[in-house]
Design a protein around this ligand. Structure first.
Ligand SMILES: [Fe+2]
Length: 401
């Protein structure tokens, strides 16, 4: 079996097979043999939040995730609480500071709630780190091992944009619930009988916002350090509204399992949403996480019933004859999409349905996207303008536009 066919431990646990994964996140064939930085897939998204204990409840009760592991003062970790949550193959680790003088609370003071680590599962940590170092990456943690009664993991970490890092994990010799130092833990929430089993199954892409003029540097970083390729290129005009603009490029791992769109602000008549993010996060960082679902209608209905707010899509979006002609036939009548504010985009490979939440923390920084792919390998470029105009209306309400 080549690396390309390997599922991560989380994907196996979620009982996802290659075909389901291909459908969910849009995988492509590639030559794994010539990959300088082989990776299996996403390992975890690690967050620093202001109140991990409550955020863990939100992720269970509202997002339908399952609590699977925990680390905190009761387990000998006096610095912070950490809750490990799972939905399908998606793993989030929510950390909240306990030690008033600890680094986690410092991070939170600077950035607010945000993603500190986009961890990736790799078959050979040392090979990846050697390649990354040779390409000029900053190695934050040298390869090392952690062991407990469930086995051994080998880990290292490299620096990405802002204070974001990529931990590289080889967990092939480990069977524990997350990492040594964590204990298995389940939540006490009782699921309703008619509740969907899960609202999202896989992580599709993680978007980074970087400073003006630095997008190409980071595109180059992922190409050199991780052997990623440019997936698509949107520049300037494509995603400018009358007022603000941004530039965006997408890099992806060989089989597209891991996709990183990178945005930078562009000069517009007003402050762009990327500028707003950079001001409030106070550095480059993760802007949104796209979560793949095979039934976006149920996902959106369930989340909305639980109080999640989505960006409003202008009604004109659905009545626009140009859009109607472009999207053609999709799996549900367009009225079903209109009533929920779900966006649709089509390219030469197929179509996708997508929707964006409002920022979920106190600062106008991080938000979620839900995406249902039907062959399209894109990111909804046709929706960018309609979407950004909706974001700008929200920005104006906050007085930041
Ligand atoms: Fe996205």
């Amino acid at each position: 079996m080549s690396i390309d066919d390997t599922l991560t431990s989380q994907e196996r646990l979620a009982e996802l097979d290659r075909d389901q994964l291909r459908q969910l996140v849009g995988l492509v064939e590639y030559d794994a043999g010539s990959d300088p930085f082989p990776l299996t897939g996403w390992d975890a998204v690690v967050w620093a939040v202001g109140n991990a204990t409550q955020a863990a409840l939100f992720h269970q009760v509202v997002l339908g995730m399952e609590l699977v592991a925990y680390s905190g003062p009761e387990t000998g970790n006096r610095d912070h609480h950490a809750y490990v949550l799972r939905s399908g193959a998606v793993r989030f680790v929510l950390k909240g500071g306990v030690d008033p003088a600890g680094p986690l609370l410092d991070h939170h003071r600077r950035h607010g709630d945000g993603v500190v680590d986009v961890a990736l599962e790799v078959p050979d940590v040392d090979r990846c780190v050697a390649h990354a170092r040779a390409q000029g990456a900053t190695v934050l943690e040298e390869p090392h091992e952690l062991t407990d009664e469930h086995g051994t993991v080998r880990l290292a970490a490299i620096a990405a944009y802002g204070e974001t890092r990529h931990t590289l994990v080889d967990r092939s010799r480990y069977t524990g619930p997350y990492l040594p130092g964590y204990v298995a833990r389940t939540g006490t929430r009782v699921r309703a009988a008619d509740e969907p089993r899960r609202l999202f199954q896989a992580l599709d892409h993680v978007v980074g916002n970087v400073e003006l003029g630095r997008m190409d540097e980071w595109v180059d970083f992922y190409r050199r350090v991780m052997g990623f390729t440019n997936m698509a290129e949107f520049v300037g005009e494509d995603i400018a509204t009358d007022y603000s603009a941004l530039m965006s490029k997408v890099v992806a791992s060989g089989n597209h399992r891991v996709k990183f769109p990178l945005n930078e602000p562009a000069i517009g008549r007003k402050r762009s949403q990327i500028d707003e993010y950079l001001d409030f996060y106070t550095s480059p960082g993760v802007q949104h996480l796209a979560l793949a679902t095979s039934d976006i209608l149920t996902t959106v209905d369930t989340l909305r019933a639980r109080g999640v707010e989505f960006l409003a899509t202008p009604d004109s979006y659905y009545s626009d004859p140009e859009l109607r002609a472009r999207i053609g036939e999709v799996r549900v009548p367009i009225e079903e999409l209109r009533s929920r504010g779900i966006l649709v985009d089509r390219d030469e490979d197929g179509y996708l349905l997508q929707i964006f939440t409002k920022p979920l923390g106190d600062r106008p920084t991080l938000f979620f996207e839900f995406i249902e792919r039907h062959g399209s390998l894109g990111f909804g470029i046709g929706n960018f303008k309609a979407l950004f105009e909706a974001i700008e209306r929200e920005q104006a309400k906050r007085g930041n536009f």
